[in-house]
Ligand binder design. Sequence first.
Ligand code: ATP
Ligand code: MG
Length: 253
Amino acid sequence: MSRTRTSIPGFDELIEGGFVENDVILVTGGPGAGKTTFGIQYLMGGIVEQDQPGIYVTMEETPVRVIRNMWRFGWDMEKFVREDMLRIVQVNPVQFKNFIKPDSQSSTIKVDEEGYMLENMMNQVQSMIKEISAKRLFIDSITSLKISTSESMVRFTIMEMIKNLENLDCTTLLSSEIKGNDGDFTVEEYLCEGVIKLHVIRTGMNKERAIEILKMRGVKHDELLHPYSITEMGIIIHPNDSVIIDRENIVNF
Ligand SMILES: Nc1ncnc2c1ncn2[C@@H]1O[C@H](COP(=O)(O)OP(=O)(O)OP(=O)(O)O)[C@@H](O)[C@H]1O
Ligand SMILES: [Mg+2]
């Protein structure tokens, strides 16, 4: 199996060298856990170290803000856009929402309309992948797609999207938000090939960051919680240290 190195210091050795090529992997965590940083660092690693172009789809933050924030880590996203090594796409979840009919409408219509929007987004992503021969894709975050009030509609949208992404010739990272306490699993956690959790553990006045690989199908992955830091150079994982905590103390908000 070919591997896609993330090049995030300390991470690849936890998963036998990298993501399995063309898999769809989820990185999940609470606010400020480092999901966007993790994903952009994965794209940067591809461009700088593997000569692999990448696509970044942002649903919440504007490209200008992301470019500015990532500049702090020394990553010049604009330069890579100019060099056709990176494409940044902004998808507006509000526009997405406008296509969802009110609950009083028949569910068939809702499925069709939402499916249509998803198809539009996927077509846009697919043509960008072709344009620059992208090998890496980062979608940040899919939580914004869960705007339907109906649980079955949310499942449908996320399932359709993951199914579509699995057919692309790209190794895809998705981010999603964790709300509340650890332990409630989401549809995307079941459907993705791999799940990485970025925990922020608060005990009294202290805040500690710990990364956990919840699953990685077909990979003999590490199962411990390891500390990670966000530094001037991005995320660094400390694979030789582990964090032992009472699960009840993991609060992701
Ligand atoms: N230069 C830096 N040095 C240390 N820590 C930093 C630096 N820049 C950002 N951070 C930390 O990274 C956090 C933001 O990371 P990031 O935006 O990747 O998180 P996120 O999980 O995507 O958050 P959100 O849920 O808001 O989208 C900040 O809240 C801050 O704690
Ligand atoms: Mg973010």
